[in-house]
Write a protein that binds this ligand. Structure first.
Ligand code: FAD
Length: 398
C-alpha cells in the first residue's frame, strides 16, 4: 500500500550541525538510514542555515565553525577563509553527508508532530514538500509507486524524535509603537545581503550582537549609519576565548533547565570587535521609544538606564535594519504541549537536550547547544539518550 505509514525508530528533523552530529552518532549505534532512521530537511541542499548567510560573512568573519564528528572541515574540503561561509559550510556538510552515507530526504518540511496515543507511544510526523516523493524509498514496500511523482503530504510514524530545526527561519523583530507607520524600509538580518543595497541611505541598525556590528562596519563606507540597542554593547577588543564561551553556555543552560526561553549563545559571547571595526561604529544610543513615519523618536529620557538619546530626540532614516536575533523554530512541535508558561521548554539530560515532559523528544541545537560546537557535542549525548529511551520502551516496564 503506497499510502501506508513509514515507521522508523527515530526521525531527525533538520540537517544543520546539530542534526548531522546526532545522525552520525545514531548511525554509529546501528540506526541504519531508511530502515531505523529518517533524516529530513526543509532546505533544498546541504548546509543548514549556513546556505542562507549573507555573502560577506566568511569563515574569517564568523565566530568559528566547529568540526563535525569524525571528519574535520580542513580534512574534508580546501578551506578558503575569504570566500562566503554560505559556500564553504554547505560544501563541507555535503562532503560529510556523502562520506558517511547520511542520506537526507529534502526538501521535506515537517508540518506537525503529534502523539495521538500519548507519551511513550508512536509519534506521527506530518511532512510535505518535494522530497517526500522518494521518502522511505529504501523501506520495502513503503513509498513504492510514489517515487518521482508530485509532492505529497505524508505521515511517518516514529518512536523518537530528534528535533534540530535551528533558528534561522524565525527572525525576531520586537514590537515598538509606530512600527507600522514608518514610511521607509524595514528588514531583518535574515534578509540582509550586501552593503551596496543601502548606498547613500540613512540606515538605523537595531541590536548589540555580532550581526549588528558587522552590518554597521560594512555599511559605514557607503551609507550614513546610526545605532541603537536595548542594552549597552559589550565591546571587547580582545579575542573571544573558550572561557567566555563556557560562561555564556552555563548561563543559558541554567535558564532552559528552568523552562525559561533561552538567550542566544552566539550573540552573547561579547563582541570581539577589531580595532578597524571599532573605528567604523557610530555612537550607540539607547533604544528609541517609538517609530514614526520618518524615523526613531525618544520620549521618556528619564527612563534610560545607560547612555543618552540623541540631542534632537529623533533620528530620521530611510531604513531600519533589525539585527535583533532569532527564536527557535518549534511550531511544528506545538501539539506535543512541551512549552512552559514562561515560553520556554523544559529540558534536561547530559547535554540539556531531552524534553522533560517527553523523553522521546530530543532537541540538539536548542538553548546551550545553539552554537556549532555545542550542537556538535550534543549529538553524541542525544544518540545515547535516544537509545536509552527506546530501550526503556522495549524493556520489561516499557
Ligand atoms: P541550522 O543550521 O539552522 O539547521 C536547521 C535545519 O533545519 C535547516 O536546514 C532548516 O531548513 C531545517 N528545518 C527547520 N525547520 C524544519 C522543519 N519544520 N522541517 C524540516 N526541516 C526544518 N555558531 C557558531 O558556532 N559559529 C558561528 O560563527 C556562528 N555564526 C552565526 C551567524 C549568524 C548570522 C547566525 C544567525 C547564527 C550563527 N551561529 C554561529 C549560530 C548557528 O545558528 C549555530 O551555531 C548552528 O549553525 C546552528 O545549527 P543547527 O543545526 O542548530 O541549525
Amino acid at each position: 500500500d503506497p499510502g501506508a505509514d513509514v515507521r522508523v525508530d527515530v526521525v531527525v528533523i533538520g540537517m544543520g550541525q546539530a542534526g548531522l552530529s546526532a545522525a552520525h552518532h545514531l548511525q554509529r549505534r546501528g540506526y541504519e538510514i531508511g530502515e531505523r532512521m529518517l533524516l529530513l530537511d526543509a532546505n533544498p541542499g546541504p548546509g543548514g542555515a549556513w546556505q542562507h548567510r549573507w555573502p560577506s560573512l566568511t569563515l574569517k568573519t564568523a565566530n568559528g565553525v566547529n568540526d563535525l564528528p569524525g571528519w574535520g572541515l580542513d580534512d574534508a574540503i580546501d578551506v578558503d577563509e575569504e570566500i562566503p561561509a554560505a559556500q564553504t559550510v554547505p560544501e563541507y556538510y555535503r562532503a560529510y553527508e556523502e562520506r558517511f552515507g547520511l542520506r537526507v530526504d529534502r526538501p521535506v518540511v515537517v508540518d506537525r508532530v503529534e502523539q495521538p496515543e500519548g507519551v511513550g507511544s508512536d509519534f506521527v510526523v506530518a511532512v510535505s514538500g518535494e522530497g517526500t516523493a522518494g521518502l522511505g524509498g529504501s523501506i520495502a514496500g513503503a513509498g513504492a509507486g510514489q517515487a518521482g511523482r508530485a509532492p505529497v503530504t505524508r505521515t511517518i510514524r516514529a518512536r523518537a524524535i530528534v528535533n534540530a530545526t535551528g533558528t534561522w527561519d524565525r527572525p525576531r523583530i520586537p514590537y515598538y509603537p509606530g512600527i507600522g507607520s514608518f514610511a521607509g524600509r524595514q528588514l531583518h538580518t535574515r534578509d540582509y545581503t550586501r552593503a551596496e543595497d543601502f548606498a547613500g541611505e540613512r540606515v538605523l541598525v537595531v541590536g548589540a550582537g555580532i550581526s549588528a556590528v558587522q552590518h554597521l562596519a560594512e555599511l559605514a563606507p557607503v551609507a550614513q549609519t546610526h545605532w541603537v540597542s536595548r542594552t549597552r554593547p559589550d565591546i571587547r577588543n580582545a579575542a573571544f576565548t573558550p572561557e567566555v564561551g563556557a560562561g555564556v553556555v552555563a548561563r543559558v543552560d541554567e535558564r532552559v533547565r528552568q523552562g525559561l526561553p533561552p538567550a542566544s549563545v552566539v550573540s552573547n559571547t561579547g563582541l570581539p570587535v577589531s580595532a578597524v571595526e571599532t573605528g567604523m561604529l557610530p555612537q550607540c544610543h539607547p533604544m528609541f521609544d517609538r517609530l514614526d513615519e520618518h524615523g526613531a523618536v525618544w520620549d521618556a529620557l528619564s527612563l534610560r538606564s545607560w547612555g543618552s538619546a540623541p540631542e534632537a530626540r529623533r533620528i530620521d532614516v530611510d531604513v531600519v535594519l533589525w539585527a535583533t536575533g532569532f527564536l527557535h523554530r518549534l511550531d511544528h512541535l506545538a501539539p506535543l504541549g512541551l512549552r512552559t508558561e514562561d515560553g520556554g521548554l523544559l529540558v534536561d539530560g547530559r547535554a540539556t537536550t531531552r524534553a522533560v515532559r517527553n523523553h522521546g523528544v530530543h532537541l540538539p541545537g536548542y538553548g546551550p547547544s545553539a552554537s556549532t560546537i555545542g550542537a556538535n557535542r550534543a549529538g553524541r549525548w542525544v544518540a545515547r539518550e535516544v537509545e536509552e529511551y527506546l530501550g526503556s520502551l522495549d524493556g520489561p516496564d516499557g
